[in-house]
Design a protein. Structure first.
Length: 175
């Protein structure tokens, strides 16, 4: 578990599934990620996250707001495989419910996850990727000290060639 001033980052629990599914089904959230997820797809994502945490001891954590104990998203680290062009790597990412956007929660959670990763995993770098058009996510990357690495930008192979989110940028943080 990781604590910040306003947040707790922890492994997702079964009780979190409804909040995570609502976030994943929101078209405003999905607009930056490719597509909305059904409840079944969201639950399968939670299952994959829990398996990753079980294997590695770290992963995407539920982001719980201390003030009201609401789960407002997911933030954390994943082991990116070599099937994506920047991989293999340790990747940081975040996904927050639309109602939590603009409150600084993404930067707060990501900054804590990045620090935890360098302290506990000790990789030579941690990367973040997002669609070239996702300027909000790129702003978070910059706020937490990551820098663009254009030589590692790529077209996401899991998205159709004409998909508007296919062009991706890569940002890097080093200890």
């Amino acid at each position: 578990m990781i604590e910040t001033e306003r947040l707790i980052l922890r492994a997702p629990e079964d009780a979190d599934r409804a909040a995570i599914a609502a976030m994943n089904a929101d078209p405003r959230v999905a607009a930056t990620l490719g597509s909305a997820l059904s409840r079944e797809e969201s639950d399968a994502m939670v299952d994959r996250i829990r398996v990753h945490i079980g294997l590695h001891g770290w992963g995407f954590w539920a982001v719980e707001r201390k003030s009201d104990r609401a789960v407002i998203g997911l933030t954390g680290l994943i082991a990116m495989s070599e099937d994506l062009p920047p991989g293999p790597a340790v990747e940081i990412g975040w996904r927050l419910a639309y109602g939590a956007w603009g409150g600084g929660y993404a930067s707060e959670a990501a900054r804590a996850a990045l620090a935890w990763g360098f302290e506990h995993i000790r990789p030579p770098e941690i990367i973040a990727i997002t669609a070239r058009s996702n300027l909000r996510s790129q702003a978070v990357m910059r706020r937490i000290g990551m820098v663009p690495e254009p030589s590692r930008d790529f077209d996401h192979p899991r998205l159709a060639e004409n998909h508007p989110l296919r062009p991706h940028v890569t940002f890097v943080a080093r200890p």
